[in-house]
Ligand binder design. Structure first.
Ligand SMILES: [Zn+2]
Length: 389
């Protein structure tokens, strides 16, 4: 057990290094979440532990003056299994906590909330906890959400891919492969057919929808002389068009059905995890934050530039952006082109470059939040943007 009696000693950098060292994986971030809550508590935030019954989630709130508007920061603090904080969520944790603390120091009116959102990487029971929070109405009384994510460049307004993971199980009939193969029905055949049919489908999808489909054959039999009775495939289906994504999932299910008929096997399909949405980009908010990044002498691509790039991945932050105006700022901690979830990004997440960028992003986010509490017009423009289709 770590002792947090000296919790007041924690500044943004000491916190980032401590979370890096704790390297707790998704849904098991017990010490990390406790430390974050204790720091916020020592700065006068009111804490709700086990927020929405999620063991390592929390909500921390500080009301200042009129209490309006209500701005929230999202903290992540899960490490990747095996390697540790190679996604830099230790920096996201510190950025959220100290952006909130800095904002509370800077403003005269507003409610500042920090949501502790476990398991962004999807390794545990509460994978994609922001999706659960969004679905259960956690952001109902929040006007705006700010977040950040380290990477190989500064960026605002980047798109993400909707994703649903699926597991398919085929059941056939076991038989002696030499003595009575006619009695056997191979589940592996169904799996291989599915794998090939999916590859044929790739040619016949919309090119503008950033279709990505990746799969493996997880189980394919037990012995070569026994007809494989059971085969299991797992697939991830992604796209930047949430409506088209539904269609793609339906087409995948049709393929599975067809392959099961063809091989005289049965099948079942199970969803793995929750549906990660696409990001709803708020142009007004993106441009505002970009201005504040540039004001600190940092280069940041124009919004149209960012839109023209291929999205890199998926995040549960996207689901939050669907229910409330929200933006996740990308901040640079490593040279452009650095591979993520790698040894290089693991080191970058505790480098001096990360320290400098972390301070920058805390100032950018708290400056933006301050402006939003003072400029009613700006807040209205952001809300209007959000409700526009
Ligand atoms: Zn990440």
């Amino acid at each position: 057990m770590t002792s947090y009696e000296t919790v007041e000693d924690y500044d943004y950098w000491k916190l980032a290094l401590k979370i890096h060292e704790l390297r707790e994986i998704g849904s098991k971030e017990i010490e990390s979440s406790k430390l974050l809550m204790n720091i916020l508590k020592s700065h006068g935030f009111k804490i709700t532990e086990r927020f929405l019954e999620i063991p390592t989630a929390f909500k921390a709130e500080k009301v200042i003056g009129s209490g309006k508007p209500s701005i929230a920061f999202l903290a992540e603090y899960d490490a990747l299994p095996g390697i540790g904080h190679a996604c830099g969520h230790n920096l996201i944790a510190s950025s959220a906590i100290f952006s909130a603390i800095r904002t509370a120091e800077k403003i005269s009116n507003g409610t500042i909330t920090v949501f502790g959102t476990p398991d962004e990487e999807g390794s545990g029971e509460w994978a994609g906890s922001k999706i659960i929070m969004a679905d259960r109405g956690a952001f109902k009384n929040i006007d705006l959400v700010l977040g950040s994510h380290p990477g190989d460049e500064w960026e605002v307004g980047s798109q993400s891919l909707a994703v649903q993971d699926l597991e398919v199980t085929f059941i056939g009939k076991a038989a002696h492969e030499a003595a009575s193969p006619n009695n056997g029905r191979s589940a592996l055949d169904a799996a291989v057919l599915t794998y090939n049919a999916v590859n044929m489908m790739r040619q016949h999808v919309r090119r503008d929808a950033n279709f990505v489909m990746h799969g493996i054959i997880k189980e394919g039999g037990t012995a070569p002389n026994v007809t494989p009775e059971r085969a299991v495939l797992t697939y991830g289906i992604r796209s930047t068009d949430i409506e088209y994504h539904k269609e793609l999932v339906e087409r995948f299910i049709k393929i599975v059905e067809g392959c099961s008929i063809a091989t005289e096997t049965t099948y079942s399909i199970k969803k793995i995890g929750l549906l990660f949405s696409t990001t709803k980009i708020n142009k007004t908010l993106s441009n505002k934050i970009r201005d504040n990044i540039i004001a600190r002498g940092i280069a940041c691509p124009e919004l149209d530039d960012t839109f023209s790039r291929l999205p890199k991945g998926s995040t549960d932050f996207a689901n939050v952006s669907q229910v409330v105006p929200a933006l996740e700022v990308g901040f640079q901690i490593a040279p452009e082109g650095t591979a993520w979830h790698s040894r290089e990004s693991l080191e970058a997440a505790k480098s001096t470059r990360a320290k400098d960028s972390l301070l920058d992003v805390i100032e950018v986010l708290s400056d933006t939040a301050k402006e939003l509490t003072e400029n009613k017009r700006l807040m209205e423009d952001i809300q209007r943007d959000f409700f526009q289709k």
